[in-house]
Design a protein around this ligand. Structure first.
Ligand SMILES: Nc1ncnc2c1ncn2[C@@H]1O[C@H](COP(=O)(O)OP(=O)(O)OP(=O)(O)O)[C@@H](O)[C@H]1O
Length: 341
């Protein structure tokens, strides 16, 4: 992709016994929060409203000062960094986007480089590169104002702006929360592709457990005062929720959600069935199941490089989840539709 890939990758991030007591409050909003995040890891904070997700995240870039504890980036305490250093180290994307309405898209993206004293030329080159990174044509968008962009486009600009100084760490506070479901899915997919190439260390706050599963390398399920109920990979949390609280967060359909994490090639494929329906080998078992349900198909062929290499049916999909989690009887419809591949 762009030269962002050659900039800073991720940094390690450690929070040690971090607490926050807001003034006038008797109980802490966050209490003794300890977590180690690896360089390049995308960690999702998920939990109910008021549990302390945002407070925890905002302490990382010191928008909120911790009452006690320490926060380390590559072993260095953030309290020892001056505000310019913090901006260089930490990009920040929020739901409300926060673009300045009277500034062009270029100017909005160039804010941090300007604050850091970059030359006009270097800033302009970086802005152009970032617009391309988030798939907005610089010729079309640089001179526009935020109001002349759709919500999804504005959100992309918000991501570009956060990436401007190539920070090793990104904080994302419900960044896609205000977009409609279709735009949201598209932004999530784009964001995953982008992260695959830039490998930032990211803390991402969301209310939406499905978003956490889809995006996270690891998910921290939080309860009141930012207590960590479970901190593990999406697959591990879905397969073995630590307690009732985590189970209630997962909600119904844990097996179906797990399917979205398992690629077709991990299943034990049957012989080629000659089915009219097919699925690419790098699709997920959830994609395969959707097609089976949609078409009432007994089996699907699995296609690799244009050639059928095997087949899948409900039994094989169910077996891929392990015998302890059967999908059960599936409703089928004769609904017509296209192929996935
Ligand atoms: N400035 C403040 N002064 C006093 N209390 C606050 C302040 N900001 C947040 N709180 C309280 O701290 C607790 C944690 O709030 P926080 O915003 O971190 O939660 P959250 O999990 O991010 O919630 P949401 O998902 O609704 O944004 C809440 O009880 C909230 O009322």
């Amino acid at each position: 992709m762009s030269t962002t890939a050659e900039g800073a990758g991720g940094a390690s991030l450690s929070l040690r016994d971090v607490s926050k007591v807001y003034s006038g409050q008797s109980t802490p909003a966050v209490e003794d929060f300890t977590m180690d995040i690896r360089p390049g890891e995308l960690v999702m904070f998920v939990g109910p409203s008021g549990c302390g997700k945002t407070t925890t995240m905002k302490m990382i870039n010191r928008i909120i000062e911790p009452t006690s504890g320490s926060i380390l980036i590559n072993g260095r305490d953030v309290l020892s960094l001056n505000p310019n250093d913090l901006r260089r180290h930490i990009g920040y994307v929020i739901q409300q986007i926060g673009l300045f309405p009277h500034m062009t898209i270029s100017e909005n993206i160039g804010i941090v480089p300007k604050l850091l004293g970059w030359s006009k030329q270097k800033t302009a080159a970086r802005v152009e590169e970032l617009l391309e990174t988030v798939q907005l044509d610089p010729r079309e968008f640089s001179a526009r104002f935020p109001r002349q962009l759709s919500g999804g486009q504005q959100q992309r600009v918000g991501v570009a702006r956060a990436l401007a100084a190539d920070p090793p760490i990104m904080l994302m506070d419900e960044p896609f929360g205000a977009t409609d479901p279709i735009t949201r899915e598209r932004l999530q997919a784009e964001f995953l592709r982008l992260q695959a190439s830039i490998g930032k260390t990211i803390v991402f706050v969301t209310h939406d457990f499905d978003e956490a599963i889809k995006l996270g390398d690891r998910i921290a399920v939080l309860s009141q005062r930012s207590r960590i109920e479970q901190f593990d990979t999406p697959a591990a949390i879905l397969a073995e929720p630590a307690n009732e609280y985590v189970s209630s967060f997962i909600g119904a359909g844990a097996a179906i959600k797990r399917l979205a994490l398992i690629p077709v090639f991990e299943a034990d494929l049957g012989p080629v069935a000659g089915s009219p329906w097919s699925v690419p080998i790098d699709a997920t078992l959830r994609d395969a199941l959707d097609l089976i349900v949609l078409h009432g198909a007994g089996a699907l062929d699995v296609v690799e490089a244009g050639k059928a290499v095997g087949s899948l049916d409900v039994e094989r999909i169910s077996a891929a989840l392990g015998a302890d989690v059967p999908i059960g009887r599936l409703p089928t419809t004769g609904h017509p539709g296209g192929r996935l591949s």
